[in-house]
Design a protein. Sequence first.
Length: 169
Amino acid sequence: MLLFIGGNTIGQEVKKSKIKWYDLEEALKLNKKKPKKIFIDMYTDWCGWCKKMDQSTFADPVIVKYMNEHYYPVKFNAETNDTVMFNNKVYVNPNPTGKRSSHKLAVALMQGRMSFPSYVFMNEGQQVITIVPGYRKSPEFETIMHYIAEDAYQKEKWETFSAGFQGSY
């Protein structure tokens, strides 16, 4: 299924909550001990919308809280030169010195649809549920997170769920 869909105060530093990002290996180990959905933020260093997502949506306290509670969030540079083992298979970047060379794991998980940012949602069994491409503002992203985490995607269409969703905004 492919779904298209505090700062400083005077004299006092206010700690901002942040998403607890894992690398893929950490998330998979944690998932074995306590199963949760896995969320993978597929980004590149040159992607302006990826940076905007980090600064806005991924910094939003509502998004941070829900993501940390219901997912193992992973940041994955889709052009990394790292060798990655996933589901007993080794993945590499076939052209590590080439400009904008996609890592084979990113290509596999994104099913060849290489646009950034994109978000891969996986179930507890490490199977891709859906891929959501593009920058998303917090209200829409909150809806998407709930749709996947609550397994609503198994019971109702996105249009029905999103029309009736009562979020925090």
